[in-house]
Structures are given as C-alpha cells and as structure tokens.
Design a binder for this molecule. Sequence first.
Ligand code: AMP
Ligand code: ZN
Length: 487
Amino acid sequence: MSWFAQIFGKQKKSPQQIPPLFLTNTLSGKKELFVSQKPGIALLYTCGPTMYGPVHIGNLRSYVFSDTLARTLSAAGYRVRRVINITDFGHLISDGDDGEDKMTKGLRREHMEITMDNMRALAEKYTTGFIDDLAALNIDTGEIAFPRASDYIHEQIAFIATLEQKGYAYRTKNGVYYDTSRFSGYGQLGGVNTSTQITGTRAIQNIEKRHPIDFVLWKPDAKLGWQSPWGLGFPGWHIECSAMSRSLLGQEIDIHTGGEDLAPVHHNNEIAQSEAASGRTFVHYWMHNAFLTMNGEKASKSVGNVMSLADITTSGYHPLALRYFFLQAHYRTPLSFSQEALAGAASALDRLWRLSREIAQESKRASAPSEARARFLAAMRDDLASPQAIGVLWESLKSEEYSPKEKWGLFEDADAHLGLSLLHPPKKALLTDGDIPAAIRELLERRETAREAGDFAEADRIREAIAKGGYRVDDRADGPVLTPTTL
Ligand code: AMP
Ligand code: ZN
C-alpha cells in the first residue's frame, strides 16, 4: 500500500460527488474554485505559534479559521490531512537578521538557565496549553500533526544543503543566506517592502548580505544549537515550515494558511525555499486571516495588549463563546474585540443551545433536507462566509416555515461546519457565579486548599467529585477554571 493510502485510508466520497468550493487565494487575490492535487484529499498546512509564552486570542483566531476551513472541506467529502508546526527554538524577533531570540527571552522571563533542554521544556509547557486551548475550541487535535521544529533539524539541514548545492545560498561570517535574486518569482504574495526591511535591520546589518531582502537559513551560535556543515547554530526562522511541510505532506500541497502578517515575508520566503529546492509549485492556495484587534490595534504579545483563552473562561464565558464571536465575522475582515461583543456572542450561543435542546425533542433527532440547508452550505462553500451562514441559521430557526426535522438537519450541517457543539450543547455559554452550584464552589475551594498543602491525591479526588457534578476543572496559570461538561 502506498503511504498515502496508509494515512488516508479510503476516500470518503468519490471525487465526482464532491461539491464545488470557492476559496480566496492570496496568490491571485481572487476567489477561486478549489481543486485538490490528489482527488478527494486536501493537504492543509497552518503556521503554528512560537511557544515562548501562552498563545493569545489573536493567535486563536488564526486556528479557528483553519479549523473552519478543514471542517468545510471535510463536510464536502475531502479527507483532510492537517499539520500545525510548533516552533520550539530560536525564532528571531524581527524579520531581519538579528534581534533577541523569542525563546531566549521566554527563558529569561522565567529565570531559567539558557540551555537547549530548558528551551525545549519551556516550549513543551506552552505547547500543552496551546493544544488544550484548541481542544476547548472544539478543534479535533487528534486529527492534527503538531511537529516540533527541534525534531526536524536533520531535515532542515538537508534542505539548506540542497539550496546551497543548487546555488540559492551563500555563506557569510554571520550565517548562511538565501540569495533572493536567484529566485525569479520572489515576492509572489505581494506586500514585499524592501525599504522597511532595510530600515528595520539597519543597525545590525550584515554587510556581507548581498540584497536587503535576503534572509538567513542558518544562524551560527557560539554556545548553543546543533552541529551542521556550517558549524554550531540554529536553522533560520523560515526553513522549518518548508522542511516540515515537505516531510509530512509532500512537495506540493493544496492549502497553506496563516495570519495576514505572515504573507509578505515568511510565506514569500517559504515559497522561495521550497520551490527552489523542488522545482515545483509549493502551495496551490494561500489563505490568510485578518487580525483580531484590541482597541484598534493588532493584538500582539510585543504590544502587550493580549488576552488568553483562560482570561475569557475565568471571566465566566464558555470557550465556544469565543469561537462564535470569531465566526460572526468573515475570516478576511479585521475583528475588534470587546467584552460587550463577547457577551453578545455568548448570549446568542446560549439561545442557539436552548433552541437545539427544544428541537432535539420535537424532531427526535431525525433530520430532513431543506432549501435552508442548501443555502447554509452554499454560504460556507463560498469562501467560508460564516456570517451569512449564521444568518441563514437564525432566520430559518425563527421561521415557522420549516419542520422540526428540517431544523434539526440545519443544526447537523451547522455543527459540522462551525464546531459550536450544536447537537450536544453544553449547559451555558455565559456563566455567572450564581450559575455554579454552591456545592461545586465549595469543592473547588477545598481542592485549592489541598493543592496549596501539596496534597495532590486529595485534589485529584475532589476534581473527580466536581466532574461528577458536571464541571471540568482546568488549572490555568492564573487559577482554576470551571467549565460545565456537556449534558
Ligand atoms: P506567531 O506566534 O506570532 O507566529 O503567531 C501565530 C499565528 O497567529 C500566525 O499565523 C499569526 O499570523 C497569527 N496571529 C498573530 N496575532 C494575530 C492577531 N492579532 N489576529 C489574528 N491572527 C494573529
Ligand atoms: Zn510558517
């Protein structure tokens, strides 16, 4: 059996049965009909975060977007193979050649000695939190490969060696560089701004660099890193995606996603590396989400205006209220975060969950097709138009025109595409303190006391008692969070 057949098993639908799906491709700037390279299979790569701290809700917008894409492909009948890379070392701060490494910064912040083992340990800690956040947002993490960049050093070195051998790389005292002038199609994704790149890196300009937009492939280090043909050091910060994408998905992939900030530099550099090495088209559809903003500014760790999912749940919201909030806007539209908007999303989701319980009873969970379902699917297959799809959902649920079975059918489609637990709704999207039974609150306090005293066996027993009472406890950096489990 080929490795493809082993991984993907049988196709879900014959490719002829798969309905047309349109996606906006950053390469053309246009909505295009999606055609996968292998019939019935969609290969999807999403740029992952650098794990030097907890991810923020801006990052999470990017992963809810790629999940909604994966769900839409899967519901249409594709087998979707997904990869999200985990950057767990040496990610330079700027797009230039230098700057303090983010992981080093993370280690300093946590008063940890700067060693390779500590770097990996720090990254693993935040990776666990990241994957938990994804799961809380109904992202099926079991279906996603999360390769660690540090597990693919050999592949990255081999990749750089290929580029060097083909004449796309040159050596300087400060590392190995990619020669962008050798790659004729450089900058296909647009937005390349050579002047800002020059300004941004002027102070630390490598005088041996041939062109301002050339970028580092291997960065030497006096003490840390891995051995390579170019001495001890670290791979540059673009090469891991090219190397891991090739290792896990092959040389040509269907879709690559990320936030819009990645397109001009990181993704153009990925294209330059991968296409120079393989001589083939690296990615057929590039898709980028717009930013989540806080008070009009991009939510970003360096600006310091970030919130984590734990912040959302500690203030009493179900994580899926955040997912609903994201889906109310199209992925290509900037979205401004506010407590009011989140509260609005939570109460809308509560109403949907209540309606779902009613309709489950009336329909006995039997579904029927309807014109509303067709409109819902058409919206999602038209470049993931989730606001329109949610509009169809609400309008049809309120209408007397549709039978309970037709409405249940709509819930089935909505659940498959939006991932909002509509078929098995949790109790509430917005918790108030009064919603949590006194007995549960008391148990939580006792558990905290046990934990503080170091009695973790007792704390675990209490956690189970809380679970029996219908709540899950998550221990976050800033305290425990209670989430109601599904009914
Ligand atoms: P980073 O760790 O900075 O590489 O970010 C991981 C992913 O989150 C990338 O795809 C970024 O483009 C995306 N991202 C970062 N900040 C935001 C934001 N405020 N809104 C939407 N996406 C973001
Ligand atoms: Zn990437």
